[in-house]
Design a protein around this ligand. Sequence first.
Ligand code: ZN
Ligand code: ZN
Length: 265
Amino acid sequence: MAVHETYTCKDCSFEFTDQESLFFYNHNLNIIEEYTHLVSTAGISRGSKIQGRIYESYCKHCDKYIETYYITYVDCPEYNSEEIIDIVKSGIKNGLKRLKNETITKIEELKEIRLRKEYKIEKRPNSIAKYILKKLSNLSQEEKNEIINRHLEICVKLVELEGCEYKADIKDFDSEKEAIEYCKRHAFGNFFDEIDREISWNSNFFKRKLKYLYRVEYWDSEEFYNITTINCPKCGNEVYKFINPNYPCPNCEGELIHTRTLCAD
Ligand SMILES: [Zn+2]
Ligand SMILES: [Zn+2]
């Protein structure tokens, strides 16, 4: 399970979520793949010969996040340590290219889905009618029909999107037409909101990734805990190695406080 902790500055608007990202080198694609500890990602790095974990910091002079890839595991006797670092660096670059293409395709797909408006309307007995009919099984057909007609619901479904539907009891409206309009409005409302949310999440994620600077280092536990700063790879200024409440806000030196915990599995 991955635990995402969010920290917010008490003095400025700086906010940061620690994703506890890990990485591994995908030899076949020549890319660095990033992931977090989830049930769905269990074992994803198995067999990879270069693995590690990512820590984020932020340089206010450059207004850029810095991701440091700490190599924690290597099993490539054929390469020296400099060559391994080069492999990771080019893997990061290739991974970003792939992410860019994937994001563009995903957003295009979502925009295309947003344009579809095909829906189908179903008229069916609601749950009350079903319940009554089940309980009173010795009714005549005429009596059954009367119950069904009294308890009808309208359901509007989007054809291409499973699970995107809205239903309402006809008797709650002045006419069947009104019930249909109501359902359409709600079904499409949910649908568009959901798609819009997904589009903006994807483009924000990628935009944020483009704002990163990258560093690659070998993990050295002693150095890791004793030296708390790194040099920004762009401007050279010292910045804190981590973003968390043990360190001041990287933007204004104010106090960082823990504001949210999100568990994902
Ligand atoms: Zn900088
Ligand atoms: Zn601040």
